[in-house]
Design a protein. Structure first.
Length: 414
């Protein structure tokens, strides 16, 4: 398998994926706080958050083009520059007056940003060795989550000192500066192929191959479950005032401190032995996230919010890194349309984030902050209990083995 010679270390993917991370920082940290300050309710913000994060699912519509014609690094650059242009358009619209238009444009920009996801996923699968793939997957989460939290803090800092228009322009410039980095990757030219003729049939065969493989199929179903989503991250800034925390506190703990927390959690994923079953470790990561949510229930005090948010974001970094490791394993190095299948699975893991954010919002609507956090935590605990029960009853060990028919036959009977 070809290796990434220009950038041989897995950590480079934390930089290549960073445009996506900056949008995550905006969507999950800065935007909820700014909308809450503008007067929108938490459940309204939850609805907007679900919509603007839909490209994580619907982006698979555009992902097949990343596997044809141009190099993946070129599509990566296109996605980066397109993301920067979109930011210039929707930043001035942030507020109550243009909520619908703002949401629509952020969604459209997210579809362009998805090219970054597809390109990076394909590069990991096709250019990294099997032993380096989990490390590269963890480093992508350092860029997405750590870089995202830092960019969220940066946006809040800029908004406090300049207009939304000027903030958006600065934000876009920083994203665009990352575009040329993609061309430093030594990627060979793609094989000649038509734009569309026969492409969907080939993709369909690869998806059918995934569905026929029991281990890959059940790994995909786990990605679709409400497990290890870290969904409350996008709502924590909106409930900060309930703990007596203001804009500066959100900037530091959800932004700068949160960036370190997310990066720490993602890096912790590299310590998990590669021989351990990735389905079980993915579910176990969700338990740590649930514990953090329970900690936030201790008291409505600033210290609880600051410590609990740091704990929550650390465990979220671990959860998302384990999800990417599971995705890369499911795709496999033999897949020709690696970016497309990676995008499909990335969309699968984004679906539970969206509906758990919505469920968290429903929990808040009826039971306040406690309802939000309990909903988030109990879903994680339920899924972990389900997975562990199957592993124990079927006598499946912690280490991953080629034959997983014992687990799968039991799942089939559920």
């Amino acid at each position: 398998m070809t290796t990434l010679r220009r950038w041989p270390a897995p950590w480079v993917f934390s930089l290549l994926i960073l445009p996506l991370g900056m949008i995550v920082g905006l969507n999950y940290t800065a935007l909820p706080f700014l909308l809450a300050r503008a007067g929108l309710s938490v459940d309204q913000i939850a609805t907007i958050s679900s919509i603007i994060n839909l490209p994580g699912v619907t982006g698979l519509i555009v992902s097949p083009i990343v596997d044809i014609k141009l190099r993946r690094r070129t599509w990566l650059a296109i996605g980066t520059f397109g993301t920067a242009i979109a930011a210039c358009v929707y930043f001035p619209l942030i507020g109550v007056s243009h909520t619908l238009l703002m949401t629509a444009i952020i969604f459209a920009g997210g579809m362009v940003t998805f090219l970054v996801v597809a390109a990076c996923g394909g590069l990991i699968v096709r250019m990294m060795s099997v032993t380096d793939q989990p490390k590269a997957a963890a480093w992508t989460q350092v860029g997405v989550l750590g870089g995202g939290a830092l960019s969220g803090a940066m946006v809040l800092w800029l908004v406090a000192r300049m207009s939304l228009l000027a903030t958006g322009f600065c934000f876009a410039i920083l994203i665009a500066m990352l575009g040329p980095l993609a061309f430093t990757v030594k990627e060979s030219a793609p094989l000649p192929s038509p734009w569309f003729h026969g492409r969907f049939a080939a993709i369909g065969k690869e998806i059918w191959g995934l569905a026929r493989s029991r281990s890959r199929r059940w790994g995909t179903l786990l990605l679709l479950s409400p497990c290890a989503t870290g969904a409350a991250q996008s709502l924590l800034p909106a409930i900060a005032s309930h703990y007596g925390v203001g804009g500066n506190g959100v900037m530091w703990i959800n932004g700068l401190g949160g960036g370190g927390a997310l990066a720490l959690g993602a890096l912790a994923s590299t310590l998990v032995p590669g021989t351990w079953d990735r389905r079980l470790t993915y579910a176990a990561a969700g338990v740590t996230n649930a514990l953090a949510a329970f900690f936030l229930l201790v008291a409505n005090q600033p210290t609880v919010y600051l410590a609990g948010t740091f704990f929550y974001l650390t465990t979220q970094g671990l959860c998302w890194a384990r999800s990417v490791a599971l995705i890369v394993e499911i795709v496999g190095p033999e897949t020709r349309d690696a970016s497309t299948l990676y995008s499909l699975l990335n969309a699968a893991v984004s679906i539970p984030v969206l509906y758990v954010v919505w469920l968290d919002g429903v929990g808040f609507r009826y039971f306040g902050t406690h309802g939000l956090l309990l909903t988030d935590a109990l879903l994680n605990l339920f899924m972990f209990g389900f997975v562990v029960t199957i592993f124990i009853t079927r006598g499946i060990g912690l280490r991953s083995v080629p034959d997983t028919s014992a687990l799968e036959s039991d799942l089939t009977s559920v």
